[in-house]
Design a protein around this ligand. Structure first.
Ligand SMILES: Nc1ncnc2c1ncn2[C@@H]1O[C@H](COP(=O)(O)OP(=O)(O)O)[C@@H](O)[C@H]1O
Ligand SMILES: [Mg+2]
Length: 366
């Protein structure tokens, strides 16, 4: 798994049976600064096709290396049946646009699966999003299917919250049927904060470690109110957000106001927290059991603010369910690859808006 934060490659080794998902090993390999910047330059930007093609194959190599490195001395590669490879999203437009007389929705994840299969000798399932798009869905979010497998409960309503570059929730009512699951991107996760911290530190720091900067700075309430009036928050789910809304352009717009960067970081942190809390209150319940995951849970100040805004909620992390919060999304794509091999449709039409449940993934044999 490599997410919108562009922080690196997550590898989870997972034992999966029909009824149980058991995480075994987890490792993260950060992207080098050069790779990160190249990926950023092709994400919603003007570029040359050669750059995309080279990055596509380079990432295949890097994914294979990350897998081999994570497994080294811990598990034999030939004991692994299957790789679920998300790839790196460089463009995602889940809602169709008018294009040359057609309505076109599109998505692109790069990282060549043939290279991964060749270098590891392991069957690789990739391109999970395209079939859902073809079936009229937004191609996202896909993890809710796995949240439902992991967290549904007979008597308890639960919310799985992931705070990556973008934040999203999966609302799972007590004893829910799959079609009762509601899931969508709540808005920014760490993305706006990260971009502002990079500006403040000239790229030396890539995130507000533990929320230290935000904790010591001032939230600008007027600016925050303006940010929360973004039409995205009033849209009904299913809906998805990405770098095109909350990436560098958004952060540059904030910086152009002349408000000191630490205050902007505090305001961006509160923006993330408020948009998450609003979504939970509106689509779940102020008393929901919230199971958090993703890199954002390490931001102690963000988590304190979230807990303050949801005083009646039971805020936990996926670690309480035996799932390393940093590994959850990687574990989810292992589970999705397994569903593909079992021939089971793994999109939740209630979450993606697809006309029907479809088989997700493309198969590259070993
Ligand atoms: N100690 C920390 N303090 C604050 N933020 C952190 C910390 N550790 C990780 N993060 C945040 O988590 C992000 C990575 O989260 P991740 O779940 O990998 O997102 P994605 O799925 O978008 O790649 C980093 O970019 C950073 O913003
Ligand atoms: Mg990541």
């Amino acid at each position: 798994m490599s997410g919108t934060s562009l922080d690196g490659i997550d590898v989870a080794v997972v034992d999966i049976t029909k009824t149980k998902i058991t995480p075994l090993i987890f490792g993260t390999t950060p992207y080098s600064r050069a790779v990160r910047e190249a990926l950023l330059s092709v994400s919603n930007g003007m570029t040359h096709t050669a750059v995309i093609a080279r990055l596509h194959f380079l990432l295949g190599e890097l994914y294979a290396e990350a897998i081999r490195e994570t497994c080294k001395r811990r598990i034999k590669l030939d004991s692994i049946d299957l790789i679920g490879m998300h790839g790196q999203t460089i463009f995602h437009e889940g809602t169709p646009v008018e294009y040359m007389g057609h309505r076109v929705a599109s998505t692109m994840q790069i990282g060549d699966p043939a290279l991964v299969a060749e270098r590891t000798g392991i069957r690789t399932i990739s391109n999970f999003r395209e079939r859902d798009l073809a079936a009229g869905g937004k191609g996202a979010p896909l993890v809710p299917y796995v949240d439902y497998m992991l967290f549904r409960h007979r008597t308890r309503a639960r919310v799985a919250l992931n705070i990556g570059g973008i934040a999203n929730i999966t609302v799972i009512p007590a004893a829910a049927k799959p079609e009762q699951v509601v899931a969508f991107d709540t808005g920014p996760g760490n993305m706006v904060m990260d971009a502002l911290v990079r500006k403040l530190t000239d790229g030396k720091q890539s995130c507000d470690v533990n929320g230290k900067i935000a904790r010591g700075a001032q939230v600008h309430d007027k600016m925050l109110d303006g940010m929360l009036r973004d039409p995205y928050f009033a849209l009904k789910p299913p809906k998805t957000a990405g770098r095109e809304q909350f990436g560098e352009d958004f952060a540059n717009g904030l910086a152009a106001t002349g408000v000191p960067l630490p205050d902007l970081i505090a305001t961006a942190t509160e923006f993330t927290v408020r948009s998450i809390a609003l979504a939970i209150v509106k689509y779940a319940s102020p008393k929901a059991e919230v199971i958090a995951s993703g890199g954002g849970i390490h931001n102690a100040f963000l988590m304190e603010r979230l807990s303050a805004l949801l005083p009646a909620a039971k805020l936990t992390t996926s670690a309480d369910f035996g799932i390393d919060p940093d590994a959850k999304e990687a574990i989810a794509f292992a589970a999705l690859a397994h569903e593909f091999v079992r021939g089971r449709a793994a999109n939740l039409p209630s979450a993606t808006g697809a006309r029907r449940a479809v088989l997700l993934g493309r198969d590259t044999p070993a």
